[in-house]
Design a protein around this ligand. Structure first.
Ligand code: ADP
Length: 594
């Protein structure tokens, strides 16, 4: 990312506020002239007072001069106060508005991205969040500082420099020569510091991570008596952090010294030069202070150069990844236009192969038919590719080879929003949003009536438990147990009432009673719909009308329970193992004994 590219990317976000920008620029101009007033007044005062020293009635004339000076200086301070307030306020307003727009734009943008974007290796939620946050933070800081610090300071410097040249070419040259020298020193300093600064960030993150990890694993640490080891880990980190901090400070102090020296050297040269000009009668004595003060106005902003340099660097580093995310148009989900009035719900997979963006080959040459009004079960050890099939049917990913048809039409031709409106997805671990139970259920149908919400909760066998809670439907859903949350998710799907239902181990986290209740309500919902269920529970598999057994991304056998069992393949292996793990014989004996 270059500075030019940075500003090009940023400008669409600043453009809507061009009036603010113009107002700020105007204030900056006024401010930079006001900043020179002190120098002018001082020269005028010194010159006139030295003249007055030789006349009679000096006190009276002096008082007159004093009144004028006071009026000018106080007026200037009043103007300055307004200018500074305006600059700070407009700059801050701009920062807040730009930051809001950047945040909203990136949220709107990533919501349109493919699932592949979110599951890509370097886009884990934590990393993505850090990149977005840092990007926004550094960009908005740049915008703000540009208008509040950088622009006014440099405008001041340029005006002061012009005045120095106007006073005397040689005096102007001293001011001008100082700028590149300062710039070189600052660049050097920033380069030296950048490594330390990066390390510092890393150490700070590890340090806070370390404390969180200790708190999270305190039971394990104590039960294994590992307090000393944990303490040592933190100590090592602290030592590195301290070393790094000291190095940063040391570098800063050394460079501060060098810069101070260069600046004072400039002042000395200015004094010598001006005194020479005064003594050779080319200037009046007031020029000495005048030049020193103008020189101060030139050197003040470049003293800040190193901070500005850091901020620009930060903005370039972090905004690069930020704009990469914002401009990843190729990640936008594709959608077709097909949206029939009625869906039958028959899926056909023809020679479908799929590899995840990270290179995991999940499916090979899958052929499958999923019929409406039937329950199709996918059975296989974990990692076999069952969930991946559901991911493809929901159009979360597109197959690399082969075709998926829904009612004879290529899934790609379907309007994605329409398709997902017609699919209900219940996962093993369903997402519960931060909000009330009611809000979480209503997510299935935003405009549902209260009665409909209650009806859905009843179907998911959770209504009775909800009304016994002190806050009822207004209870925070995140406070519920895993099994209860699962039933909230199922109620959400009941409310959506889609013709196609995918259940990915829906009862895996439920207790036996809840599982049975859910099984009953799922039995009820299956009628007249397409149901695909992934399950490890024999009772649910046995109920399926058709079963596909999968292993390592391939379909190994398929058929009704009896047929597929007799094929002596993966299905039989898994089924027998499940029966053994359930200790079916002893269970059966219990029932016989009764
Ligand atoms: P199952 O549902 O049968 O347990 P999955 O379909 O979840 O299996 O996974 C099939 C293979 O794809 C596994 O090797 C798994 O690690 C991999 N996989 C699943 N999801 C992703 C993903 N988002 N990105 C990369 N690989 C994945």
């Amino acid at each position: 990312m270059t500075v030019k590219l940075l500003f090009k990317n940023l400008s669409p976000f600043v453009k809507p506020y061009h009036k603010l920008v113009v107002a700020t620029l105007l204030l900056t101009l006024i401010g930079s002239f006001a900043a020179q007033v002190n120098a002018w007044v001082l020269r005028y005062t010194v010159d006139h007072i030295s003249d007055l020293l030789h006349v009679e009635d000096k006190l009276k004339k002096g008082l007159n001069l004093l009144t004028w000076i006071s009026v000018i200086l106080i007026t200037k301070e009043v103007v300055n106060a307004f200018v500074q307030f305006g600059q700070k306020y407009f700059g801050e307003k701009l920062r807040i508005l730009v930051s809001r727009d950047l945040a909203q734009r990136i949220i709107d943008k990533i919501l349109t991205y493919k699932l592949a974007f979110f599951t890509a290796n370097d886009n884990e939620s934590g990393k993505l969040q850090t990149r977005i946050d840092r990007g926004i933070e550094s960009l908005t800081r740049l915008v703000q500082n540009f208008f509040i610090d950088i622009l006014p300071l440099f405008a001041n410097a340029i005006v002061a420099l012009i005045m120095m040249f106007q006073a005397n070419v040689w005096v102007g040259m001293v001011g001008l020569i100082l700028v590149p020298i300062y710039f070189l020193i600052t660049q050097n300093q920033a380069k030296k510091l950048s490594g330390w600064r990066r390390n510092m960030r890393g150490f700070r993150e590890s340090k806070s991570q370390g404390i969180i990890s200790i708190i999270d694993s305190i039971t394990v640490i104590k039960s294994f008596n590992r307090e000393k080891i944990e303490s040592k880990k933190q100590l090592d980190l602290q030592t590195q952090l301290t070393e790094n901090q000291l190095q940063t400070r040391k570098t800063n102090f050394i460079y501060d010294g060098i810069k101070s020296f260069v600046e004072q050297f400039g002042v000395v040269i200015i004094i010598i030069l001006t005194v020479y000009l005064v003594l050779t009668d080319l200037m009046t004595v007031g020029a000495i202070m005048f030049h020193i003060m103008l020189f101060g106005n030139v050197s003040a902003p470049i003293r800040q150069l190193h901070r500005i340099y850091d901020e620009m660097n930060d903005a370039m580093i972090y905004s690069e990844t930020f704009f990469d995310i914002l401009n990843a148009d190729h990640q936008t989900e594709n959608t077709g236009t097909y949206a029939p009035a009625q869906l039958k719900g028959e899926f056909t997979l023809q020679n479908v192969s799929f590899t995840y963006p990270n290179g995991t080959e999940a499916l090979h040459d899958i052929n499958m038919t999923i019929l409406p009004n039937k329950i199709t079960a996918l059975v296989g050890l974990s990692g076999a590719g069952k969930s991946t099939i559901i991911n493809l049917l929901d159009k979360f990913y597109n197959p690399n080879h082969g075709t998926i048809l829904l009612d004879g039409v290529d899934l790609n031709q379907y309007n994605t929003k329409f398709l997902r409106d017609n699919i209900g997805l219940v996962l093993q671990k369903n997402h519960i949003f931060n909000g009330s139970i009611e809000e979480n259920i209503r997510y299935g149908k935003i405009n549902a009536t209260d009665e409909e919400v209650i009806e859905a909760a009843k179907k998911a066998y959770i209504h009775d438990q909800i009304i016994n809670l002190p806050l009822g439907y207004q209870t925070k859903a995140l406070n519920l147990s895993g099994g209860q949350q699962q039933r909230i998710a199922i109620a959400r799907m009941f409310l959506k009432n889609p013709p196609i239902i995918f259940l990915d181990e829906p009862t895996a986290s439920l207790d036996a009673i809840a599982t049975e209740q859910i099984k009953n309500s799922l039995d009820a919902i299956k009628k007249g719909r397409t149901v695909v269920i992934i399950s490890h529970s024999i009772s649910q598999i046995i109920d399926a009308d058709y079963i596909y057994a999968m292993k390592a991304g391939r379909v190994t056998e398929s058929g009704k329970h009896e047929e597929i069992y007799n094929q002596n393949g993966v299905y039989k292996e898994i089924f027998d193992a499940s029966a053994r793990s359930l200790n079916i014989e002893k269970i059966a004996k219990t029932f016989e004994d009764e």
